[in-house]
Design a protein around this ligand. Structure first.
Ligand SMILES: [Zn+2]
Length: 514
């Protein structure tokens, strides 16, 4: 693996060109196979990704928003990614990130509070929140052996809250489960065995992991066929048997090993997984305020947590929030019609009982009544910029993800059907500032933290969850500065347009919980 990276870097150095293609290639360098082709040069006439990205020009008359600078916002993404890497390098090589309850969570909270203080915001404080015991896998290892060959699945990653394996681990037969549909598993006995199933973003959900669990598998390996060999941190599988995600290269190697065995022989899986539920941890909400001319409010929120470098999810969102705070801090208080409250949320990656304690706190009836009685708008900054990638595009060779010079279209929500004025303001802003959207809004906010607020506050969110989402390749370069700039400028435009209209335009009775 290292050899390949060095070869690519050396080539780039010799030619003086480190193209987008070589970045993608480095991302996809297979961990377990030297034979997979991985050079597909793209004719990109530049030597730096950041220069290749397409920047949306400011619309005429909107020069004020030039102060929101995407390259500066991207620096904030880099700083948060560094917090995550520090945690990784302090003895957490496989389960790392800005994980709720960890020292990286605390460091991230301090980092954000310092940003708010530097901006000169009021009432900057870190509000600690106690946590139920948190899931921290201590170590795990997975190998597959057959025909005299052993493969170590470097990319195997237990789904969040996966149950530990018995101490000493398991040593069981491996079963190739295909897509894991009823047809794929027909006639296959998986009871007491380890099952490998195969899927990818965009494929039909076969419910493979649940099916294998119901049929008595003792470990389930869900291979993500996205090119490369990325680790992907999955949300809870809610199965008795622990489920692991596995990268494409490792998953194909297992499939080929099983295929190579003579009839009657089977491969064996040896796996360990130790888990601790760590008690007495804390997370926090991080607050900062820009007082306005009135006590009416606008909330800007972003979740601070995430897995691995967590650049798209959600360093980009936090950067966008900080960018808005910086922008409005330079507007005189008398010209800010409404008080702006910024909250760095704890987040939600600790899915399940006891998760999202910050959102729960904000939903407490007393807190809710106090905070949101005069709220005209709440923007949730969550995954506002993601590089547009293409998996195995037609007629291009190589088992790689191809990068483009553009950001993805996003799922979105802007007030819902009862607030056509807010929807119109948002759509116009996104169009003018170059934020591509799916053509229809979501009925509810995109999966994320606005889901806890939108029923009682006029909410806006845009979000995308793409190839690098929740993977160990979600590095800062997967967050284009151009997209950060476009989304953040559009959010600012929405704030300014909302501020031209009275509270009654946006406020509605609380919607019932669904
Ligand atoms: Zn998120």
């Amino acid at each position: 693996m290292r050899k390949t990276i060095l070869a690519v870097l050396a080539l780039a150095a010799v030619s003086g060109v480190a193209s987008i293609a070589s970045r993608a290639t480095r991302a996809q360098t297979p961990a377990s196979s030297a034979a997979v082709p991985h050079t597909t040069p793209l004719a990109v006439p530049t030597n730096k990704l950041e220069d290749a990205l397409l920047e949306w020009p400011l619309p005429p008359g909107e020069q004020a928003y030039a102060k929101i600078d995407g390259k500066h916002l991207h620096q904030l993404v880099e700083e948060q990614a560094a917090i995550a890497r520090r945690y990784r390098d302090q003895g957490h090589p496989k389960f790392w990130g800005r994980i709720i309850g960890s020292s990286a969570d605390a460091e991230g909270a301090e980092w954000l509070a310092n940003k708010f203080k530097t901006i000169g915001m009021s009432d900057v404080h870190i509000q600690p929140l106690p946590l139920d015991p948190q899931w921290f896998p201590q170590q795990w290892n997975v190998t597959v052996t057959g025909g005299g060959k052993t493969i170590t699945l470097e990319s195997a990653q237990p789904d969040y809250r996966a149950a530990a394996l018995p101490s000493g681990g398991i040593d069981v037969e491996a079963v190739y489960g295909g897509l894991g549909s009823a047809a794929d598993l027909a006639g296959k006995d998986v009871k007491g065995k380890a099952v490998f199933t195969y899927t990818m973003l965009g494929m039909h959900d076969e419910g493979a992991v649940k099916r294998a669990d119901e049929r008595g598998a003792v470990a389930i390996f869900e291979v993500d066929m996205t090119p490369g060999n990325m680790r992907y941190q999955g949300y809870p599988s809610n199965t008795k048997a622990p489920a692991f995600t596995v990268g494409s290269d490792d998953g194909l190697a297992v499939r080929d090993l099983i295929a190579s065995l003579p009839p009657g022989q089977s491969a064996r899986v040896k796996a360990t997984l130790d888990v601790q539920m760590v008690p007495n941890l804390k997370t926090a909400l991080v607050w900062g305020t820009l007082p306005g001319a009135t006590d009416e409010t606008i909330f800007i929120v972003a979740h601070r947590d995430g897995w691995f470098e967590a650049s798209g999810d959600n360093a980009g969102g936090v950067a966008s929030m900080v960018g808005l705070a910086e922008y409005y801090s330079k507007v005189p208080q008398a010209q800010r019609r409404r008080t702006m409250v910024f909250i760095g949320l704890d987040g939600h990656h600790n899915t399940g009982p006891g998760s999202a304690v910050g959102g729960v706190w904000l939903n407490d009836p007393a807190n809710k009544a106090k905070l949101f009685a005069k709220t005209a708008l709440s923007i949730n900054c969550e995954h506002p910029s993601t590089i547009q990638t293409y998996a195995r595009p037609r007629y291009l060779t190589g088992d790689v993800l191809h990068w483009s010079n553009m950001y993805t279209a996003q799922q979105w929500y802007a007030g819902g059907p009862s607030r056509p004025e807010l929807t119109a303001i948002a759509v116009k802003a996104f169009k003018e500032f170059g934020v591509p959207l799916l053509t229809e809004p979501d009925q509810r906010p995109p999966a994320g933290d606005l889901g806890r607020l939108y029923r009682f506050t006029p909410g806006v969110a845009t979000s995308e969850f793409f190839h690098y989402f929740h993977t160990d390749r979600e590095s800062p370069d997967t967050v284009p500065w151009t997209g950060l700039q476009a989304s953040t400028r559009a959010y600012a435009k929405i704030v300014d347009e909302v501020n031209k209209l009275p509270l009654s335009t946006f406020q509605r009775p609380e919607e019932p919980a669904r």
